[in-house]
Ligand binder design. Structure first.
Ligand SMILES: [Zn+2]
Length: 282
């Protein structure tokens, strides 16, 4: 462990940051009267889903939770949505897409626990009166499990009109222009874009105080086959925890990609959940 710790001036987060980005409405900062009224007017609730997972020597463990939360807040600044406290732990990090479980600080859940957690949160939000819900995931390994949580929650709330949107990979659909700005002609695939160009660029854009960019490295596992192995062979894991070329990241690349990610997720949530515009509130 280095002596520097978290840079001065940054706020402890676990994925909940204040004062950065845009001020989305945080459900847990409201009173129950305000929440009751929001549900009554048809507001939605978005639950950011991230991880507590190593992201190389240059990004914090909270990267996926921070990016999911920042995205939720940015979308909630446009639409009538509240941002629920994030699920800041994710499913097991896999060596070929997240570096694996062997890094200090990576704290993961079993699939059962993650699904139960997300399902219970959704059911409780529906019981609070909300009928337009969304899980907004940033951690690759949570895919499918968040969908299953939504399915199980729907079964428990059957026929009460609750709709649940599941965004499993908010970053995976970008225009050719943004892809070119990020990667040039050398896109490695999203599975190895862990702690590399996109995530580092977005963190430099949104939360630069949490990035130690002078420690960024380019790295890759010695082997990256199309299958997986349990237990993971050591040569599936890059020593740094970076799965591609983090040094190619920049704040400018993050600034190029972020508005498009926000716009696409906002448009999709507006359409699928039939949400109104953000209402003016304090
Ligand atoms: Zn990540």
């Amino acid at each position: 462990m280095s002596g520097s710790g978290v840079p001065a001036g940054s706020e402890p987060s676990g994925g909940v940051r204040r004062g950065a980005g845009v001020p989305g409405p945080m459900l847990a900062d409201l009173t129950w009267h305000e929440v009751r009224d929001a549900a009554a007017r048809g507001a939605g609730v978005v639950v950011p889903v991230g991880a507590t997972e190593q992201h190389g020597p240059h990004l914090p463990l909270s990267t996926d939770a921070v990016l999911a939360s920042e995205l939720a807040r940015a979308v909630a600044a446009r639409l009538d949505l509240l941002v629920a406290p994030p699920i800041a732990y994710g499913y097991r990090s896999r060596p070929l897409s997240g570096g694996g479980e062997g890094f200090p600080g990576t704290v993961s859940l079993s699939a059962r626990t993650l699904m139960s957690l997300a399902e219970d949160v959704l059911v409780a939000l529906a019981a609070s009166g909300f009928r337009r819900l969304a899980l907004l995931n940033w951690h690759f390994e949570n895919s499918n499990f968040v969908y299953e949580a939504a399915w199980l929650a729907h079964e428990r709330r059957r026929d009460d009109g609750t709709r649940i949107m599941v965004v499993e990979a908010a970053f995976s659909e970008l225009s050719p222009e943004v892809m070119s700005a990020l990667f040039g002609s050398e896109f490695p695939g999203w599975d190895v874009e862990h702690a590399a160009v996109l995530e580092t660029s977005l963190m430099l854009h949104l939360a630069p105080e949490l990035v130690r960019f002078d420690r960024a490295v380019d790295d890759a596992a010695a082997r990256h086959p199309s299958y997986d192995m349990v237990p993971p062979p050591a040569d599936f894991v890059p020593e740094s925890g970076v799965l591609w070329k983090a040094t190619r990241a920049s704040a400018a690349k993050g600034a190029a990609a972020w508005p498009e990610i926000v716009a696409r997720v906002s448009a999709a949530m507006s359409t699928e959940l039939e949400l109104g515009e953000a209402s003016p509130r304090g």
